[in-house]
Design a protein around this ligand. Structure first.
Ligand code: 9WN
Length: 437
């Protein structure tokens, strides 16, 4: 029998299929999140892609990051979208942002005016595992440092150790039930004028409602009117949130930056200061000792946000949870069938909202469906705390889901059906990472 005819193992087939999705979405220097729904470069999507490619396409992983950093602003911000020529095929397009109003925006690249969780640093850290990438890491380091400085300076004006986000799109979990209370308090006197593109491609029940979109656009317009100046946004925006997931990722990113600084012989005191402040704030401000979970904080109302969603676990990914907190998160929430554990309503781990949250919906974007990236955060977090069995169970479920359903954007936790767009890049890329170990 010739070697070509030897059938591939299921594992090798899954890897080959994941690589096929990534190369189909590869436009040369970056990877689209999906073939048509998201036709530009997204910040944390490219970072997830680079994490997957760092496993054995490390050259291509570097290109993904170089390409994302073309959009970096002069003040250090890495925008949530870097547009492909003009931004056709997606709302909002580049013109809606009009980022030239800010003196910090780049001249020759079209971008959005807000950011996304700084997974880019985690991606560069993954690339840095390969010693051949030393000169790339040396090149990327000052860009990342500038981004982190911007986040800690502009988005944490009171030096609390927690940065704020000013738009649900900055969270990456745009349609999370956590934003509903704030959005319901935003009384729009005039409906912003725009036309959605997303609901032409995906059933509306799986996407945000028109009312939510109005508020997304209102907040975009407000940031534009503030010329993307963080202090102006801080003064005017109704949406100012210290988000548990964003801050957990930032903490992990600070840790990665520090490790790279050590490798490069750069000073680390600044990162250590950020991390010490942040550890304290997670403990003193975000931990709810009664409900025994982490909560986002709404800076405008001065109150914690009460929705129980997958974000409660994200401090495990950061490594900022203490022993007692970790035990409660696992015992009281992760293993609880009324919340996140499997039962006859949800057989697939892990729903993005607790089943006892009255906004839980197995179909709607970020309100219940399983996502590969949130599972990945949880797996890496549980491994960090040596909950090997729980981590392995979620890893197997995630791989089984993509193997049987395909690389969908999200999945029904009850039936395993795929929703949103198919051929979704980060579902494929993180499969590569999860396959590797
Ligand atoms: C808005 C690209 C992005 C992801 C986000 C996801 C979704 C955009 C949208 O798609 O958001 O940024 O149009 O809904 O929520 O996490 O980065 O995949």
């Amino acid at each position: 029998m010739s070697q070509d005819l030897v059938p591939l193992s299921p594992q090798a087939t899954l890897i080959a299929n994941a690589l096929r999705v990534l190369s189909a979405n590869d436009v040369g220097s970056y990877t689209r999140p999906s073939p048509s729904l998201y036709p530009h470069q997204w910040n944390w999507d490219s970072a997830f892609v680079a994490i997957g490619l760092a496993r054995d396409r490390v050259e291509r992983a570097q290109l993904e990051i170089r390409s994302l950093l073309r959009g970096q602003w002069r003040n250090g911000m890495v925008p949530h979208i870097v547009y492909d020529s003009g931004g056709a095929g997606y709302f909002p397009d580049a013109a809606r942002w009009e980022v030239s109003l800010s003196p910090d925006s780049p001249n020759d690249v079209s971008t959005s005016g807000i950011t996304q969780p700084p997974m880019i640093t985690v991606a560069v850290h993954a690339i840095a595992r390969d010693p051949q990438t030393h000169s790339f890491v040396r090149w990327a380091f000052p860009h990342l440092l500038q981004y982190h400085r911007w986040l800690h300076r502009e988005r944490d004006p009171e030096g609390e150790g927690l940065v704020f986000i000013c738009h649900p799109w900055e969270s990456g979990l745009d349609n999370s039930p956590r934003w509903l209370d704030i959005m319901s308090r935003m009384m729009l006197t005039v409906r912003p004028s725009y036309e959605r593109e997303d609901n032409r491609q995906v059933a509306l029940g799986q996407r945000p409602t028109d009312e939510d979109y109005d508020r997304f656009v209102y907040l975009l317009d407000l940031a534009r009117e503030a010329r993307y100046d963080s202090s102006e946004i801080w003064a005017r925006s109704p949406f100012l949130v210290q988000d548990v997931l964003f801050n957990s990722i930032l903490y992990r990113a600070d840790e990665c930056l520090k490790e790279m600084a050590v490798q490069l012989g750069e000073p680390i005191a600044e990162m250590e200061r950020w991390m010490a402040l942040s550890r304290r704030a997670f403990r003193d401000k975000l931990w709810d000792s009664k409900a025994e979970l982490y909560r986002d904080y709404d800076l405008r109302s001065g109150r914690p946000i009460l929705e129980n969603t997958i974000s409660i676990f994200m401090p495990l990914y950061a490594g900022v949870a203490g022993e007692r907190e970790t035990e409660s998160l696992v015992e009281r929430h992760l293993r609880n069938p009324a919340e996140y554990a499997a039962d006859n309503r949800t057989q697939w781990l892990v729903p993005t909202a607790s089943k006892d949250n009255h906004h839980f919906d197995p179909v709607a974007y970020w309100r219940g469906p399983v996502w590969v990236n949130t599972n990945w955060f949880l797996i890496r977090g549980l491994e960090r705390y040596h909950y090997w069995q729980e981590a392995e169970k979620i890893r197997r479920d995630t791989l089984a889901l993509v193997e049987r359903t395909g690389f969908f954007e999200y999945f029904d936790p009850g039936t395993g059906a795929g929703y949103g767009t198919g051929s979704f890049s980060w579902s494929a890329a993180l499969t590569l990472d999860l396959q590797a170990h």
